[in-house]
Design a protein around this ligand. Structure first.
Ligand code: ADP
Ligand code: MG
Length: 255
């Protein structure tokens, strides 16, 4: 299933947040959305997921979600959003509880996603026993359990230290190599965007408008942090972001 965003606009009261966003999210691609703090990235992701209704414009779903899909648009948040009193398995099963599946089917789905996210040995652990990286793996497993058509990730690695971020990026890349999932991935981290994005969308400062869309052809598995081509793209993105961040900074000082 592809998503097509057409002329999305949004304001909170009289503060204009998003201005005429047009974007295609193509099946099998990771689309990274970057932009300075406060420019409307999370708002855009909430609009894509239907949690917020835009003032104008529409999000079209083109084509069918997977036949066994339980929740076409599924979120992964920065803060993991796990229930502390439930085990790993219990947190993953949470997403399935609304769907009236049989016990055997639920067990099979859980088994499958725990294996895919390398969590099988941790099924009985509680969140407090897990590192940040493992907690986010649980949130990823929970999201995958409903077989989404599009994964919506809002700064999923921002609460993690840099080594753990690297490991999780490798996991997301491995998983993409195997499953070609579709994702909209919000981040303010340019290194993440050039490692994970087939397409990188740069938003301006608020009101967020698309300043540039950069496509990267290189296969995800071939992308290394020190690759010169990626470094050049990252530098180009930083030029764009720097101008916007500087201007945004000045606006705050003016208020
Ligand atoms: P980002 O994720 O890029 O940092 P957000 O989408 O969270 O930006 O927010 C964009 C702007 O909208 C910010 O100025 C923020 O304060 C404001 N905003 C976000 N959510 C709300 C809300 N529910 N009510 C009012 N203002 C909001
Ligand atoms: Mg945000």
């Amino acid at each position: 299933m592809d998503l097509s965003l057409r002329h999305i606009r949004h304001s909170y009261d009289d503060v204009e947040v998003l201005r005429d966003i047009n974007l295609e999210i193509t099946q099998g691609q990771i689309v990274c959305i970057i932009g300075p703090s406060g420019c409307g990235k999370s708002t855009l992701l909430r609009i894509i997921g239907g949690l917020e209704r835009p003032d104008a414009g529409e999000v079209l779903q083109l084509g069918e979600p997977p036949a066994d899909c339980l929740n076409p648009l599924t979120y992964i948040f920065q803060d993991f959003a796990l229930l502390p009193w439930r085990t790993v398995e219990g947190n993953v099963s949470l997403a399935l509880e609304d769907h009236r599946l049989g016990a055997a089917e639920t067990a099979a789905i859980i088994e499958d996603v725990l294996a895919r996210t390398k969590l099988s040995d941790f099924r009985a652990a509680y969140p407090r026993q897990l590192s940040g990286g493992m907690k986010q793996r649980v949130a990823i497993a929970r999201a995958l359990s409903v077989r989404p058509a599009v994964l919506l990730m809002d700064e999923p690695l921002s609460a993690l230290d840099s080594q753990t971020r690297e490991l999780l990026m490798d996991d997301l890349i491995d998983l993409w190599e195997k499953e070609n999932y579709t994702a909209a991935y919000v981040t303010h981290n340019l290194a993440e965007a050039v490692r994970l994005g087939h397409k990188i969308v740069v938003l301006s400062r608020r009101p967020g408008e698309i300043r540039e869309i950069v496509e990267i052809d290189m296969p995800l598995s071939a992308r290394r942090a020190d690759n010169p081509e990626l470094e050049a793209i990252q530098a180009q993105l930083w030029q764009l972001m720097r101008d916007e961040a500087l201007a945004a900074d000045r606006e705050l000082v003016d208020v």
